[in-house]
Design a protein around this ligand. Structure first.
Ligand code: COA
Length: 192
């Protein structure tokens, strides 16, 4: 269940990840668009849930490492949203990296590998991603991946109080056919 890319290793979690993960989850810059930052206990419990998920689904939110440079830069991967909305049940792709590692293309590189795992190995038909409109860095990742947005899909997050600036979410989707067509275009750049 490890994935290697040109620069990254997506792997299962280690005890040594707990401290830098908790630091990241307590960083107000990283958590700016989340409901709240996480305490150390909440951060540790999240890792425990992620690891249980790998055992259940065979995929999950991988810990991301830059071999030889950074043992841990954050997480990227696949996860089923635990709330009900018009697009659920679904598998979501998500990412959260520590600030020092932003601006290097790591989120997009890791996410592309996670999409490949989801479509080519796990046999998923569709993968979604969502965030609030203000989170332009995250939306830029979705767009670089070739995910598509239909404004009719946008939704109010059922776990966030109505009227909160964090309530309205944009939804992006990619299906397996789009993934295969995109893969073919990358292998044969003259095809569109
Ligand atoms: C969302 C998040 C992961 C995006 O990080 P990011 O660094 O902007 O995205 P990437 O890792 O794909 O990097 C892309 C940038 O790296 C640049 N880059 C530099 N070297 C690069 C390289 N070798 N290859 C590709 N891109 C490179 C790109 O040009 C791009 O720069 P730009 O933002 O100025 O256009 C990050 O902002 C984050 O962790 N935010 C907090 C958590 C969060 O909100 N998660 C989403 C919740 S829905």
């Amino acid at each position: 269940m490890e994935i290697r890319t040109d620069r990254l290793l997506l792997r299962r979690w280690r005890e040594a990840d707990r401290e830098p993960f908790a630091e990241m989850n307590a960083d107000p810059g990283v958590m700016r668009y989340m409901i709240a930052s996480l305490s150390r206990d909440e951060s540790d419990a999240f890792i425990d849930r992620i690891e249980e998920g790998f055992d259940i689904w065979g995929f999950g939110l991988w810990a991301v490492e830059v071999p030889g440079e950074w043992d841990f830069v954050g997480l990227t991967g696949l996860w089923p949203p635990s709330f009900e909305a018009h697009f659920t049940p679904a598998i979501e792709i998500g990412w959260r990296l520590c600030r020092d590692s932003w601006g290097k293309g790591y989120a997009t590189e890791a996410a592309r590998a996670a999409l490949g795992f989801g479509f080519d190995h796990a046999g998923l038909e569709e993968i979604v991603s969502f965030t609030i409109p203000a989170n332009i860095a995250s939306i830029a990742v979705m767009e670089r991946l070739g995910m598509t947005h239909n404004p009719d899909d946008d939704f109010d997050h059922p776990r966030i109080p109505p009227g909160s600036p964090l309530s309205r979410h944009v939804l992006y989707r990619m299906n397996s056919e789009q993934w295969r067509r995109r893969g073919a275009a990358v292998l044969n750049p003259t095809r569109r």
